[in-house]
Write a protein that binds this ligand. Sequence first.
Ligand code: ADP
Length: 276
Amino acid sequence: GDVLAVSVRVAPLGSRLVLVLVEDLTEARRVEAVRRDFVANVSHELKTPVGALSLLSEAVQDASDDPEAVRRFAGRMQIESTRLTSLVQEIIELSRVQDDTRLVDAERVPVDELVAEAMDRCRHQAAAKQITMAAGGIAGLQLHGNRGQLAAALGNLVENAVNYSPARTRVAIAARKVPGPAGKPDTVEISVTDQGVGISEKDRERIFERFYRVDPARSRATGGTGLGLSIVKHVAASHGGTVSVWSVEGQGSTFTLRLPAGKPDPDRADPVTTPT
Ligand code: ADP
C-alpha cells in the first residue's frame, strides 16, 4: 500500500493550547506523479510524428529530381501532420476537461442532435468499411450538460466502435431515460454497441487511462491517440455521471454513458425522429 506522507504544522494558540494540523500529502504526491507521467507521455507521443515529418522533409529535398518519390513522401507528410493535429486537439480537449471538473456552460442538450453529430463524425470511416450505424430510442430525450463536452464524449465512443470493428458489421446507439430515486434527478443512459474485436478483462481495467492502448500499432494505424476514453471518462465525471464497458473478446463491446437528464423541451412536444 501507500506510505502515508504527512505534513504536521503546530501553531501555538496560547500558553497551554496548541493547534496541530495533520495534512495527508499522499494524494498530492500521487497527483504530481500523474502529472509528470502525462508530460512524459505527451512528449513521447509528439516526438513520433514530428520526427517522421522531419525525416520526410529531408527525403523530399534529396528526391527533388524524382517527382514520383516527392509525391509519395508528400502524401506521408500529410498523414503525419493529420495525426499531429488530432493529437494536439485531443491533448487540448483533455486538459480542458480535466482541469475544470466543475460543469460549466450547462444547457439542455437533445440526445438526437448529439447522436447525429457523433454519427456524422465517422460517416466516412463507416462507409469505407461498410459498417451500418443505427440509433434507437433517442427521440425526445434531453441531457443537461456542456454541449461541446458531451459531443466529444459520444463522438469518441462511436469513433472507437467503428475503428475497432471489422468490415460489414453494425454499430448500434441506444438511449433510455432512467428515473432517479425519490428527490434525485433522472438519468439518461446512452450505449454504443459494436460487433468488433472486444476487450479482454485485463485491458478493460486500463483502457480509460491516458495513452493506454491495447494494441498501439493498430490504434496508430486508425489514427488513435490513446486519449479518447480518458476524455470520455473526464466528461462523464464532470457531469456527475459514469461510463462503463461490457465486452466479450472477439464478439464486441458496449460502452454505456450515464448522464444527468435535462428537462423536457416544452417546444418539442412531438419528438422528432432522427433518420438512422
Ligand atoms: P485510441 O485513440 O487508441 O482509440 P482510446 O482511449 O479511445 O484511444 O481507447 C483506448 C484503447 O481501448 C484503444 O486503443 C483500444 O485498444 C481499446 N478500445 C476502445 N474502444 C474499443 C472498442 N469499441 N472495441 C475494442 N477496443 C476498444
